[in-house]
Design a protein around this ligand. Structure first.
Ligand code: TRP
Length: 324
């Protein structure tokens, strides 16, 4: 019997960069190793529709991200891995939760406020986004949810919804804990004051070939301003700590102390280390993308297993609230 249930979703808005890998994916890989934990991991394709999207991109991004997670080591035998839209119960439960949640609680979500501003015309899904998220989590009676710090307000809302439901209709849901990752800020290569995001030469992608990694690293900003520690250089060290060896870090820190840091040498070693780190991953991903039927089977099997649990929870919910 598993004593802990972990649920987490990932939006599929393009290729994953190494900040995504170190910050999120790697934690999923660690969590799925625990014998006492059942993990549910899914691609949040329904959440992908809350900001402007086009159908071709939605489908190709979803497949690409699914292949990324599997190639990186999500094991569909251990973890239940699926697409959110395949398990219909999420959307039904989210409707139930919509009808229990005052609008005011949604309007004050900071992510909604930010994104509504940058959208031409924000849709209602953007507002009810956290309700669907609460349904994603509670339908599996999750005990913990690993997310980044931008999502803690949403998890808090999921707890509020669980509490409200339990008090009013009888206890079904545990109140899930947030499983915070260690804050890790991998910065943009070209503008190291900003967090790495997905575009252009500022991000190293998990899919980048070693040559491409070298090309981008060569352009990485390392300039120091006004005698301060250069954020660009610290960013390279942070990467070296994760992808290189302790000896390499000590060696370059030594150079740095003597004011003789050779950036070209550091970048070359870093490019090689990162390139090597993802070799197997890249091969596996190419193989998976060449076997679309297999990929579809894995996702269908995951959805089947998730559905069994989700349907049971929804049944309990319907009984409590008087839906025939
Ligand atoms: N909103 C989450 C994010 O942007 C993705 C997500 C959707 C999620 N549903 C979830 C995360 C349920 C955890 C649990 O990262």
């Amino acid at each position: 019997m598993k004593s802990e249930t972990i649920v987490s979703g990932a939006r599929a808005s393009g290729k994953l960069h190494i900040g995504n890998y170190l910050g999120a994916l790697k934690q999923w890989l660690e969590l799925q190793k625990k014998e006492t934990t059942q993990c549910y991991f899914f691609i949040a394709d329904l959440h992908g529709m809350t900001t402007s999207f086009n159908p071709k991109e939605l489908s190709s991004n979803t497949l690409d991200v699914a292949a990324t997670y599997l190639a990186a080591g999500i094991d569909p035998k251990k973890s239940i891995f699926f697409l959110q839209n395949h398990v219909l119960e999420h959307a039904t439960l989210s409707w139930v939760f919509n009808c229990l949640t005052p609008l005011g609680e949604l309007y004050r979500m900071t992510q909604f406020k930010d994104k509504a501003q940058s959208e031409d015309q924000a849709n209602s899904g953007l507002l009810t986004y956290p309700i669907l998220m609460a349904a994603d989590i509670l339908i599996y009676k999750a005990t913990a949810v690993p997310v980044g710090d931008d999502q803690t307000q949403h998890i808090e809302l999921a707890r509020t919804v669980a509490r409200k439901f339990n008090n009013r209709f009888g206890k079904i849901f545990p109140e899930p804990q947030t499983y915070m990752r260690k804050p890790l800020r991998i910065m943009s290569l070209t503008d190291p004051e900003k967090k790495m995001s997905k575009t252009g030469d500022e991000a190293l992608l998990m899919d980048d070939e070693p040559k491409e990694i070298m090309r981008k690293l060569k352009k990485a900003v390392t300039a120091t301003e006004g005698g301060k520690k250069s954020p660009g250089v610290e960013n390279l060290f942070l990467l070296l700590e994760h992808f290189g060896t302790k000896e390499q870090t000590d060696y370059f820190r030594g150079q740095q102390k003597n004011d003789s840091l050779k950036f070209s040498e550091l970048k070359e070693i870093l490019a090689r280390d990162i390139g090597n780190y993802f070799v197997e991953y890249r091969e596996k991903k190419q193989e998976l993308l060449g076997k679309k039927e297999y990929l579809a089977e894995v996702l269908a099997d995951g959805a089947n297993r998730a559905h069994k649990v989700a349907a049971q929870t929804l049944f309990e919910v319907k009984q409590k609230i008087g839906l025939l």
